[in-house]
Design a protein around this ligand. Structure first.
Ligand SMILES: CC(C)(COP(=O)(O)OP(=O)(O)OC[C@H]1O[C@@H](n2cnc3c(N)ncnc32)[C@H](O)[C@@H]1OP(=O)(O)O)[C@@H](O)C(=O)NCCC(=O)NCCS
Length: 164
């Protein structure tokens, strides 16, 4: 995916307040405890948060297909949110957004990435492994809705080279 793919009419843009109704609809079907509008607004106001959306144009109408939010924290990137609209899954969008996150971070000299993922979320765990992440720890009963554990995953440049 390029930042402007004219053949497939795919673009990556900065997330805006006007995108939130569509994002909230994706959020509600993607997570047991979806983020609220206020939580997204907080991210949009946070200077070190990077909030990006993938838009796909179908029949002349652009719709949001995916989004990612990550933070630069010292020399690390922290993934905060990632979701793909159901009808656009398994087409490489999440992988492309993860690659974009890594690329943007590398441009500012950051090569360490981390995230937390529900232990039951096999699809996301597979995605992160494919992106070079490995499990380095566990936060017991981290998710208050289901009391599920979170896996803490890290990717560093050296690991990615080993996994390649
Ligand atoms: C997880 C999610 C973001 C993946 O998005 P996606 O665009 O479908 O993922 P991709 O097409 O880029 O998949 C890349 C790789 O991830 C893995 N993967 C993705 N979805 C998977 C699934 N449902 N089952 C198993 N592996 C999966 C595969 O290894 C895949 O590579 P492959 O297609 O060559 O086998 C998407 O399913 C989603 O939005 N889920 C709900 C929200 C969520 O769980 N977000 C992550 C929170 S930590």
């Amino acid at each position: 995916m390029s930042s402007e793919d004219t053949q497939n009419q795919i673009s990556v843009d900065l997330m805006k307040k006007e995108d939130l109704p569509e994002i909230l609809a994706i959020e509600r079907v993607s997570f047991p405890t979806p983020w609220t509008e206020g939580m997204f607004m907080d991210e949009l106001r946070t200077e070190h948060a990077q909030c990006l959306v993938v838009k796909i144009e179908l029949n002349g109408k652009a719709m949001i297909a995916a989004y990612i939010i990550f933070w630069f924290v010292a020399d690390e990137v922290h993934l905060h949110n990632l979701a793909v609209k159901s009808e656009f899954r398994r087409r490489g969008l999440a992988y492309s957004l993860m690659s974009l996150m890594r690329g943007i971070a590398a441009q500012v000299g950051i090569n360490r990435q981390t995230l937390e993922v529900r232990e039951s979320n096999r699809g996301a765990i597979n995605l992160y492994r494919k992106c070079g992440f490995v499990v380095k720890g566990k936060r017991v009963q981290y998710y208050t809705d289901t009391h599920e554990d979170a896996l803490v995953m890290w990717a560093e440049k050296q690991q990615e080279e080993q996994n390649a």
